[in-house]
Design a protein around this ligand. Sequence first.
Ligand code: DAT
Ligand code: MG
Length: 134
Amino acid sequence: MAHEDTFVMVKPDGVRRRLVGEVLSRFEAKGLDLHRLEMVLPDRATATAHYAEHEGKPFYDGLIDFIASGPVVVMHWSGESAVTVARALVGATDPAVALPGTIRGDFGLEVGENIVHGSDSPASAARELGLWFG
Ligand code: DAT
Ligand code: MG
């Protein structure tokens, strides 16, 4: 167990659906510490860098279009095992199978619009925090 930093983003669908407060409350209630929060309209360069690991996959172009389709809310959280804890709060990638009690499980149904992103490792968190917060 270790103190970690992680990157979380409310995606354009989550902002459009007014779920920013809901996402924030869940992370705060869990006990993680919020360090930075900003609403930004992602440019395509940032969106493609963020999802570089998925380049070439069938859903990649649609994913970039989606992330650049409207404002997102980017956040820096920290705490004990923050990367794992954030992923647990977010839930499985496909909201149709994400467990109830998770954000995706409670509010989503389609993998292409799954409301929120959470870094998948401390290394990804460091890369994504640098990318979005400079
Ligand atoms: P996660 O966001 O849970 O880390 P991921 O890194 O595997 O999931 O994929 C990144 C995003 O790409 C995911 O949040 C939604 C989209 N995505 C993944 N698999 C997909 C698929 N089969 N069809 C459409 N979109 C997909
Ligand atoms: Mg991922």
